[in-house]
Ligand binder design. Structure first.
Ligand SMILES: [Mn+2]
Length: 411
């Protein structure tokens, strides 16, 4: 739950900075003196977005995040909520999984980010969905949330989708803004702010905190701006007028748990490098530590001569007594499309749904273990099971990485 006891920090932002005026008198709203060209897509989308919000004035909406929301998703959803409020639309931001990364927990606590967990699988927790007029997907397209079946069952229409992952087949919404070339959803949301959908104000604490969250989201999806493009820098420059750098430092200084360190340790120990791709299985881990997998991938991709890292493990969800193979891919190779790579490596389930996907420079997958879930008290069985999955995942990855030696499973 969101803590409300933490006092806000004073803002370091300088309220005296004058708003930047456009150098072009013709006055495209998004033209910035630093931008060589105005951004016509952002402008066109902002107009359409405004119309949709206008059409839904006074309604209640559910903003659905992926099961393991990251800073980009959390901050963008918050920005959406604040924008929607201007149009008298009430939003509840929900996710089904856990906030497992220490930075995400710190972000939510320190900024009082208004997000709630809905443990939809628990039969004890029923949610009445009758009062909601629409559903909004931010930084996802519904394929990574366990909540979507409930939304569909309640016949809640998808009103808005704003995302930067590759477009998912069959996604339909009244307003769709999916820009796979954008590095972060926070960049897109900031462009909406710049277009005037909501004017951030340095004297409003909530705006300072949301700007800080967006800055964190934007930075974390661009590898601390190392992979940022002009649009991201322009959005970051805009946010810099409002964000609180001390607060952001506090979020970033949150430390890793011992369990996360242990997962990183086993990723290091178990890694094998094939054609500049490092692959590491980390064995079994608890659901709450699931986010250690992307953190380990983030770390492994920093090795000399490595451009891509894939880390995976078997995650046990005690609540549902289910096991999943969860994996993360990180790459610094701009020509590698993580979405394509993961879809090609692991394919689809019997219902035609892919086991994973991605965005620029990052991807992930989840493979349910079905009948083989559980009963790991028997160490021999657990070992055997891990060995089967470990070998199979390596084989699938190596078909792409190392096509000639696809059957080589040991190095
Ligand atoms: Mn994102």
């Amino acid at each position: 739950m969101v803590s409300t006891s933490l006092k806000s920090l004073p803002s370091e932002t300088d309220a005296s900075i004058a708003p930047v005026k456009s150098t072009q008198s013709s006055g495209s709203r998004l033209t910035h003196p630093l931008a060589s060209v105005p951004n016509p897509i952002a402008e066109e989308k902002s107009d359409a977005f405004r119309k949709v919000l206008e059409d839904h004035r006074g309604e209640s909406q559910l903003v659905i995040l992926q099961d393991f929301p990251d800073p980009d998703a959390l901050s963008s959803a918050w920005a959406y909520q604040l924008i929607a409020k201007q149009f008298d639309i009430q939003c509840e931001i929900l996710y089904a999984g856990t906030l497992s990364h220490q930075e995400n927990i710190a972000l939510v606590k320190l900024t009082n980010l208004p997000v709630q967990r809905w443990a939809c699988q628990s039969p004890k927790i029923k949610k009445d969905l009758s009062g909601y007029h629409g559903c909004v997907l931010i930084d996802n397209q519904g394929t990574t949330s366990q909540l979507m079946p409930f939304i569909r069952e309640a016949s809640i229409p998808i009103t808005v989708v704003i995302d930067h992952h590759s477009i998912q087949e069959g996604i339909e919404a009244e307003f769709l803004d999916v820009r796979p070339y954008a590095r972060a959803t926070a960049t897109i949301m900031t462009q909406y702010l710049q277009a005037g959908l909501l004017k951030f104000d340095n004297s409003v604490n909530e705006h300072i905190k949301c700007a800080t969250a967006l800055m964190h989201g934007l930075r974390s999806d661009t590898n601390y701006l190392r992979q940022a493009q002009e649009e991201d820098f322009l959005s970051a420059a805009y946010l810099s007028r409002f964000y609180d750098s001390q607060l952001l430092n506090m979020v970033l200084q949150s430390s890793r748990s011992k369990q996360v360190m242990d997962v990183i340790e086993s990723a290091l120990k178990n890694r094998s490098v094939y054609n500049n791709v490092t692959i590491a299985g980390v064995g079994f881990l608890r659901y709450d530590n699931r986010d250690a997998i992307p953190q380990a991938a983030d770390f492994l991709v920093t090795e000399d001569n490595v451009h891509t890292a894939v880390v995976y493990g078997i995650v046990h969800d005690e609540d549902q007594d289910l096991e999943l193979v969860v994996g993360s891919l990180r790459t610094s190779k701009l020509t590698l499309d993580p979405d394509e790579f993961i879809k090609e490596a692991f394919g689809q389930d019997t219902q035609g749904r892919f086991f994973g996907g991605g965005r620029s420079l990052a991807g992930g997958f989840e493979i349910p273990m079905g009948f083989l879930s559980g009963l790991n008290e028997n160490p021999d069985f657990a070992k055997l099971k891990w060995s089967v999955y470990d070998t199979q995942i390596k084989q699938k990855l190596l078909r792409l990485v190392n096509p000639e030696n696809s059957l080589r499973t040991n190095d």
